[in-house]
Design a protein around this ligand. Structure first.
Ligand SMILES: [Zn+2]
Length: 82
């Protein structure tokens, strides 16, 4: 069953975002492009997986990674503000 439109527009920067429901039951805005990542303790990126887990990690190439996920939009949104 589809759960409605999961895409939206960020009010801060006007970019397209995608909503993922986390395990904690919160809707979290992420960038719609998925990335390859490695789960790393203390990693700089906040990555949200398809099934709603939020993990710390680092982006990497498709060969090194086991998983794909989405970068939390908050991080990139703040970076793009001037
Ligand atoms: Zn934004």
């Amino acid at each position: 069953m589809r759960t409605g439109n999961k895409f939206g527009i960020c009010k801060n920067c006007g970019r397209q975002i995608m909503w993922i429901r986390t395990k904690a039951g919160k809707n979290m805005p992420v960038n719609p492009q998925f990335v390859n990542y490695l789960e790393v303790k203390g990693g700089r990126e906040r990555i949200v997986t398809d099934d709603g887990r939020v993990v710390a990690g680092e982006k990497c190439g498709p060969k090194e990674s086991k998983d794909t996920g989405y970068i939390s939009h908050f991080a990139t949104c703040m970076k793009s503000r001037r």
